[in-house]
Design a protein around this ligand. Structure first.
Ligand code: ADP
Ligand code: MG
Length: 274
């Protein structure tokens, strides 16, 4: 692994909060500005693999084999339609990994060991976590430099966040002392719903400046894109969801590498070879 490579887990044990959508589109935006990006689909449901249009036939080996069979990243990563962006797919096997991990040697470190032994150079690795604080998620947190938490501004948004933060604290104490919060992103924001504003205000007072300025709006184009096997950034670059994800990518890059990289003027279709 290149020493400058940054590994970020996209995590929230709630399902349906936008983890996969955020992973897929952040990765795409970063690849479009020339970062070498790897996405690890660590959810047995395989939605990130689907979101990049990797058909099931090309998911023979992936995250499971990386963690259990001693394979290298370069053995299991497959290219996507986006230059600079590869994905380690998930398969149904990964669903059994949770049980298998219990009796496996160095069970908490399988993903970290796998990413460490990789010679392949990436600037950033994004891990799309399953909707659970299970051993796979624990592996992702231990392998990561930072976490990115998507939150949907609904009534129960902050419920569950405390157990996520407790888990993170336990990981810091026992396994990975430098794990930090990259940021918290509000997703599926509905400006016509006054509850969105109220919850967003709560989230901002709880997490302070860890919350990105960018808010991802609820946008039907975002939800249509996966069925076309494309990130929304390729499906409809001009829609509000795409613009928000470009902006979010700028913020994440700024936090990781300091320099503000505006993605505003990136010729994304050209960058991704469309
Ligand atoms: N900004 C958005 N606008 C509309 N639909 C969205 C948006 N973000 C995500 N979705 C949809 O919401 C559902 C859950 O999102 P997903 O990213 O799969 O969540 P998670 O990975 O946390 O389970 C998916 O059907 C997705 O297409
Ligand atoms: Mg998901």
């Amino acid at each position: 692994m290149s020493s400058n490579c940054r590994i970020i887990s996209v995590v929230n044990q709630k399902g349906g909060v936008g983890k996969t959508t955020t992973t897929v589109n952040l990765a795409t935006a970063m690849a479009a500005v020339g970062k070498r990006v790897l996405v690890v689909d660590a959810d047995p449901q395989g939605n990130a693999s689907t979101g990049f249009g990797v058909v099931r036939a090309n998911r023979g080996i992936g995250c499971y084999e990386l963690m259990f069979d001693g394979l290298l990243v370069e053995d299991v990563a497959v290219p996507t339609i986006i230059p600079n962006l590869s994905v380690i797919t998930s398969s149904a096997d990964l669903a059994g990994a949770e049980i298998q991990l219990v009796t496996t040697e160095r069970r908490e470190f399988r993903m970290k060991d796998a990413l460490d032994r990789s010679a392949k150079d990436y600037d950033i690795i994004l891990i799309d976590c399953p909707p659970s604080l299970n051993l796979i998620t624990l592996n992702a947190l231990i392998a990561s430099h930072a976490i990115l938490i998507p939150l949907q501004p609904e009534f129960y948004a902050l419920e569950g966040v405390s157990s996520l933060l407790q888990t993170m604290e336990a990981v810091r104490e026992r396994f990975n002392p430098t794990l930090e919060v990259q940021g918290v992103v509000l997703t599926m924001y509905d400006k016509r719903n006054s509850l969105s504003d109220a919850v967003a205000a709560d989230v901002r007072s709880y997490f302070g400046d860890k919350v990105y300025e960018t808010v991802i709006p609820r946008n039907v184009r975002v939800s249509e894109a996966p069925s076309h096997g494309k990130p929304v950034l390729l499906y409809d670059l001009k829609c509000s969801g795409s613009r928000a994800y470009m902006q979010l990518a700028s913020e994440v890059l700024k936090r990781e590498w300091g320099a503000f990289e505006s993605l505003e003027n990136t010729d994304l279709p050209k960058a991704v070879g469309e």
